[in-house]
Design a protein around this ligand. Structure first.
Ligand SMILES: *Cc1c(COP(=O)(O)O)cnc(C)c1O
Length: 392
């Protein structure tokens, strides 16, 4: 007989999922009610307000898509892009490549603007592409590239896109709740995120938000959105203002309790405080990792606090070290993705996982394990550097 599954208690310091706050897990176990129950509808309305706060937007169409971040990505592309369109995609890592896939699957042309992995997207290159492609309707890029830990200047990119009459699609899966993000001030037309990164919620939902200009484009499409499930014209009837709340799909009720709780936690902490907390613990982790002799992939000015990509020392076996951290310390850190596979570790400091005890645990565990596999490290010096960053 198969018995119940009891996972161990890990410390999740990879690229997501991150540690889930116990308050969120508790919220998830509350009684399931009907998704058209007036009390559930009331909770959804509150959630919209909480999401608007998290995104710093007044956009009416601000909702969680009932599927993971990748579905939020797809929601943006299938609704805003039609066959024959031209979309400029700025790529500096794995997720920009997925945007290209999305554009092409919409029957549109993706004009790729490439930057080195580990660098921010370069607004000057975007400007050149906009000039070369006056037919472009949309610009898409990733705010926080989780494959490398690089951030991009969203406002500069959006200003250029708008100067050339393009709408903007921005991936904020890893940035929401972790680093400064201002949807309205920065001029983002369509944005998607995820629950399992800096919101520290369970995976499986994708908060999205659409500007008025986006909504108008969606309402004036020449063709139907090819995805029935992700067609916002239909979803708006379920989530929209004054919507009939007609049945579209069964909302993932308990998962939405979890997201609601995580957004209440964010509201209680305060967005700016959450951003400052990520920066503070990143600085301490950085001090420790650098004292271990590890070097960051991304130049300091463009580094994300919540995703620390560092180069694996020569002669050290990537999988062996990650295995020892997992088995001996219950600590998960991330492997490299794409061209960085085997070359870097990605150490996440996301949401609830972004805490002093985790930073200390990570630096001490990594120091011990690196010493055990024969790397030339001074684990004590690394701990001292980490503590010094905290003023101790
Ligand atoms: C994690 C991530 C995604 C995909 O989210 P899923 O929830 O795994 O589908 C998309 N973009 C970026 C930048 C991410 O970090």
């Amino acid at each position: 007989m198969t018995s119940s599954f009891h996972p161990p208690q890990r410390t999740l310091m990879g690229p997501g999922p991150s540690d889930v706050n116990p308050r969120i897990l508790e919220a998830m176990s509350r009684p399931t009610i009907g998704h058209l129950d007036p009390l559930f509808v009331q909770m959804m309305d509150e959630m919209k307000g909480l999401l608007q706060y998290a995104f710093q937007t007044k956009n009416e169409l601000t909702i969680p898509v009932s599927a993971p971040g990748s579905a939020g990505m797809e929601t943006c592309f299938v609704n805003l892009v039609e066959a024959g369109d031209t979309v400029i995609v700025c790529q500096n890592g794995v997720f920009g490549g997925r945007m290209k896939e999305n554009v092409e699957r919409c029957g549109a042309t993706a004009v790729m603007v490439e930057d080195e992995w580990g660098q921010a997207c370069d607004p000057a290159k975007l400007e050149a592409a906009l000039k070369a492609h006056p037919e472009a309707t949309t610009v898409a890029f990733v705010h926080a590239e989780t494959s490398t830990g690089a951030t991009t200047d969203v406002k500069a990119m959006c200003d250029l896109a708008h100067a050339h009459d393009c709408l903007t699609i921005v991936d904020a899966v890893t940035s929401l709740g972790g680093t400064e993000l201002r949807v309205d001030d920065w001029g983002i037309d369509a944005i998607y995120s995820g629950t399992q990164k800096c919101l520290s919620c369970t995976p499986g939902l994708s908060p999205v938000s659409f500007s008025q200009a986006s909504v108008e484009r969606i309402q004036n499409r020449k063709t139907k959105v090819q995805s029935w499930f992700l067609d916002l014209n239909l979803v708006m009837g379920y989530w929209g203002k004054g919507a009939k709340r007609a049945y579209h799909h069964t909302a993932p009720i308990n998962a939405l309790y979890a997201l609601h709780e995580s957004l209440v936690l964010l509201q209680d902490e305060g967005l700016e405080n959450a951003w400052a907390r990520h920066a503070k613990h990143h600085n301490a982790l950085k001090a420790g990792l650098e004292a271990l002799g590890l070097t960051f992939v991304v130049p300091e000015a463009d580094r994300l606090p919540q995703l620390n990509a560092v180069t694996i020392p020569d002669g050290v076996d990537d999988a062996q070290v990650r295995g020892m951290l997992l088995n001996d310390y219950n600590l998960e850190i991330g492997a490299g993705l794409g061209v960085m596979a085997g070359k870097v570790w990605r150490i996440g400091l996301m949401g609830y996982a972004c805490r002093k005890d985790n930073v200390l645990k990570c630096v001490s565990a990594l120091g011990e394990v690196l010493g055990r596999v024969g790397a030339n490290v001074d684990a004590q010096k690394a701990m001292a550097a980490t503590l010094a960053s905290y003023g101790e």
